[in-house]
Write a protein that binds this ligand. Structure first.
Ligand SMILES: [Zn+2]
Length: 215
């Protein structure tokens, strides 16, 4: 498990206020001073007929099905991606697990599939959509995660400003900067202090992944 910190009881109602850890919703860093969900999934770039069958049964300790989704900028045929995505959404629904989404130029198609197979929670990682898309996703109760790529795009900064803290996550993904630095920059763009944003992301994490999984 990537969550190693056993100081906090899963029954604690005040996790956000007793931990100083950050939540990093999607990272390629080695486990460290942050909380990150353990995921298993077939990325849309790896989608192939029957590929999702490898996820059954889900490995022990998996907290979310991900990264899954649709990427209409990549070469994998859309029908193959859609089939693989749907199969994994169905698995997440069956298992009562949240999903971590990869979505590139496929927002409407992803939203349609989420409506057909509503998982316990859906997190768009590395969100790069518009403010209008952010509003639509939040209206459906979905979560949006932002990282370093946000800073380069005025459109994504608008989307970030539209997203309320209770639906927000931050991530390092492939960036070299530590999660604390990313969190501080995201907070500044939202006009919040870093600690308030950090606590909001921990509370969001608890809401989605709680029920004893923070042990
Ligand atoms: Zn991705």
């Amino acid at each position: 498990m990537r969550i190693r910190n056993s100081r906090f009881s899963p029954k604690s109602r005040n996790f956000a206020f007793v931990t100083s850890l950050y939540v990093d919703i999607h990272t390629h860093k080695a486990p460290g001073d942050f909380i990150s969900p353990r995921t298993a999934g077939i990325h849309p770039w790896q989608a192939a007929p029957g590929a999702a069958a490898a996820l059954r049964p889900l490995p022990e300790g998996v907290q979310a099905v991900g990264e899954i989704g649709l990427d209409f900028a990549c070469a994998v045929p859309r029908a193959v991606q859609e089939a693989c995505f749907v199969e994994q959404l169905a698995l997440a629904c069956e298992a009562g697990l949240p999903v971590v989404l990869h979505c590139v130029r496929a927002f409407e198609a992803v939203m349609r599939r989420l409506a057909e197979y509503p998982p316990r929670a859906a997190i768009f990682h590395g969100f790069i959509g518009s403010a209008e898309q952010a509003r639509q996703a939040v209206a459906r109760g979905h979560y949006l995660s932002f990282g370093e790529r946000t800073f380069a795009s005025p459109r994504t900064v608008e989307a970030l400003r539209t997203t309320p803290p209770e639906r927000l996550f931050v991530e390092t993904d492939t960036s070299a900067a530590p999660i604390g630095t990313i969190c501080a920059r995201i907070a500044a763009l939202k006009g919040m202090d870093t600690e308030t944003l950090r606590r909001a992301t921990v509370e969001n994490y608890e809401r989605i992944f709680g029920n004893g999984q923070l042990a």
